[in-house]
Design a binder for this molecule. Structure first.
Ligand code: NAP
Length: 299
């Protein structure tokens, strides 16, 4: 069997097109432009690239993009003053602080300072709690993107066996909660899980979010399963030591012979994250104005 490759890049383009359409409607019908503010503290080169991508894609869908670059030595008080200002600004519907922040700043405290209604990363305790209690909040972008891919491929997830490897607050826990909300039977696996391969073999849906290159082998996968590879590891390229390549948590070539469908790395889950950030910003904007939410962009 050769698995279908799930094209996250194309799917993300479709999400962005839906967002752009909704942004246009909000502007033409209500005179509202959704706005996303991104805060970057320090000069981490990878973060600068991520922030530039977010800015470009925000502008491309017709939203307002507010970029705030602060020096690495910014105090917590100054960062919080900016967040408070963005919380109070009616033209800002989503706020994101790019992590990692310099060591003297506490990430949890930074997230907690953001108004939960503008926490488009879905990382706050309030939004995590709303998700866990089955209420409406803003959902962490990467798990939301994975759920969209799964629904598109499988339709109703009810009763399916889902195994999520990884239990981080950023990904694993919200992914597990989302699958539970879809009535899947969810197993959360982690570094202390015994006989991980056997646990994974019962999965109709296998989601790997560990950060260990190609750890999921073909004999861990039930024939026909849908495999979502969230992991990203950068390694030297075997053919050219001057280059690097990205690897997922799944041994793609071997697993593709067993699975029914699989996301590649790159080009699978990765592009969904920013697309869902934009989707969350439109959702937050609609909620702030008491308007109907766009179909299919929120849970
Ligand atoms: P994390 O906070 O480091 O969590 C990793 C999880 O993997 C932990 O729960 C850990 O278990 C578990 N784990 C570690 N070794 C294991 C093993 N040998 N067997 C089973 N489980 C093991 O990482 P994260 O933030 O969730 O990210 C995970 C991966 O996804 C990374 O590669 C990251 O780059 C990628 N990611 C990609 C995107 C994207 O595409 N946009 C977004 C988010 C994350 P314990 O809890 O027991 O330590």
């Amino acid at each position: 069997m050769t698995a279908e490759t799930i094209d996250g890049k194309a799917f993300a383009a479709g999400v962005r097109a839906k967002v752009a359409h909704h942004v246009e409607t909000l502007r033409d019908t209500h005179g509202i432009t959704p706005g996303l503010a991104v805060v970057l503290v320090g000069e981490d080169p990878a973060s600068e690239v991520y922030v530039a991508n977010k800015h470009r894609q925000t502008v491309e869908v017709g939203m307002a993009s507010f970029s705030h670059k602060l020096p690495a030595k910014t105090t917590e008080a100054d960062l919080f003053a900016l967040i408070d200002q963005l919380n109070a600004d009616p033209s800002v519907h989503g706020i994101l602080c790019q992590f990692p922040v310099p060591e003297h700043l506490n990430e949890r405290a930074v997230v907690a300072r953001i108004d939960p209604a503008k926490d488009v990363d879905g990382l706050s305790v309030v939004n995590a709690g709303l998700l866990a209690s089955g209420e409406r909040g803003l959902v962490s972008c990467t798990p939301l993107g994975c759920l969209m891919l799964l629904r598109d491929r499988l339709g109703d997830l009810s009763g399916l066996e889902a195994v999520v490897i990884g239990r981080s607050n950023l990904f694993g826990k919200p992914m597990g909660q989302l699958l539970l909300r879809e009535n899947a039977t969810v197993t959360m696996a982690h570094s202390r899980t015994r006989d991980l391969a056997q646990v994974c073999r019962r999965a109709d849906i296998l989601v790997a979010a560990v950060g260990r290159a190609e750890m999921v082998k073909a004999d861990w996968v039930k024939p026909g399963a849908t495999v979502i590879d969230v992991g990203i590891t950068r390694q030297p390229h075997p053919d050219d030591p001057d280059k690097t390549r990205l690897l997922g948590d799944v041994d793609f070539a071997a697993v593709a012979e067993v699975a029914g469908a699989i996301t590649p790395v790159p080009g699978g889950v990765g592009p969904m994250t920013i697309a869902c950030l934009l989707a969350n910003t439109v959702t937050a904007c609609c909620r702030a104005h008491g308007l109907p939410e766009p179909e299919g962009l929120a849970v």
